[in-house]
Design a protein around this ligand. Structure first.
Ligand code: FAD
Length: 263
């Protein structure tokens, strides 16, 4: 255990949230709503049912012969995509000292801006601005015309305050102040109609003690340096071609297209 995060609950959480995909290489079988430990709210299972009825927009996975694989790598945890979720997963895995690979199709980490949303963080509660999480979940569901996966929103509602505390400590090390933006204007969210605008916005600004180099870096670039200091690096130019599964459907690996063939 480190900072309240165990390897076990990190891997479970990572599967739900990270990047394009985060795969614990011990394998993860596809779960039904009832197996997935959901809170079994009616709307939640309806949301899952709608999702499973949606045709696969990626189409068929390509056939790739073993003779086409030019290199094989072993790892305990595979994180696919060095975006917001992937870099957060990588930094957490680095904190835990896990054996992991983070693979990214592009030649750099994904861009990030200077804000993120976190629900009921300490500063918000201290300011007496507690977010109504049921209302928030319903408003988001309405925005997505009932087609979103409410389990994903629930993870954010339940866990983003913890994420914020963790992210704030990292940004602080790089010389940034992370601030809660409690002023939500006129509550119309920029769209001119009366709507619920929850106080969830957090922004960060470089302090005077932030080095020039770090002041010019985006959050994911800072996280890349953070994992680099712990001995890890992003594996670039690895474009996920297909996931490798066993007979039960459990994901055991992934095949990437690289400039030099399949890995
Ligand atoms: C214009 C714009 C402005 C936004 N502004 C904000 C903001 O101010 N605050 C905020 O909180 N959110 C903002 N968002 C939303 C935020 O960017 C996304 O919610 C967030 O990036 C999603 O994180 P992610 O990790 O799921 O995806 P991404 O950050 O998009 O990361 C996915 C990564 O996976 C990689 N990838 C994709 N396919 C493959 C593959 N086959 N193999 C390997 N790698 C692959 C991509 O290259 C990318 O690096 C904004 C979004 C947009 C488009």
């Amino acid at each position: 255990m480190e900072k309240g995060i165990s390897r076990r609950n990190f891997l479970t959480g990572a599967l739900a949230t990270a990047g394009v995909a985060a795969v614990a290489m011990t394998g993860c079988s596809p779960q039904t709503a009832s197996e997935g430990g959901s809170s079994s709210a009616a709307a939640q299972s309806e949301s899952v049912s709608l999702l499973t009825q949606t045709p696969a927009w990626l189409g068929e996975a390509p056939e790739i012969g073993e003779d086409e694989i030019v290199e094989t790598k072993q790892t305990s945890l595979l994180i696919i995509g060095a975006g917001n979720a992937g870099m957060t997963a990588a930094a957490t895995a680095a904190d835990l000292g896990l054996d992991f690979i983070i693979a990214e199709k592009a030649g750099q980490v994904a861009k990030t801006r200077s804000w993120y949303g976190a629900v009921n963080i300490e500063e918000c509660l201290e300011g007496g601005q507690e977010v109504d999480t049921i209302k928030l979940n319903n408003v988001l569901r309405q925005s997505f015309c009932g087609m979103n996966d409410m389990r994903v929103v629930r993870v954010w509602i339940d866990e983003s305050a913890e994420m914020h505390t963790w992210m704030r400590s990292i940004m602080d090390q790089f010389g940034y102040d992370v601030n809660f933006d409690g002023d939500q204007g006129d509550g119309r969210g920029g769209v001119g109609i009366d709507m619920y605008v929850p106080p969830i916005q957090v922004n960060y600004v470089a302090r005077e003690d932030c080095s020039e180099e770090h002041a010019e870096m985006a959050r994911n670039e800072l996280l890349e340096e953070y994992i680099g200091d712990k001995g890890y690096q992003v594996t670039y130019n690895h474009d996920l071609a297909k996931l490798v599964t066993d007979e039960s459907g459990a994901v055991k690996g992934a095949i990437f297209s690289t400039g030099d063939g399949y890995v």
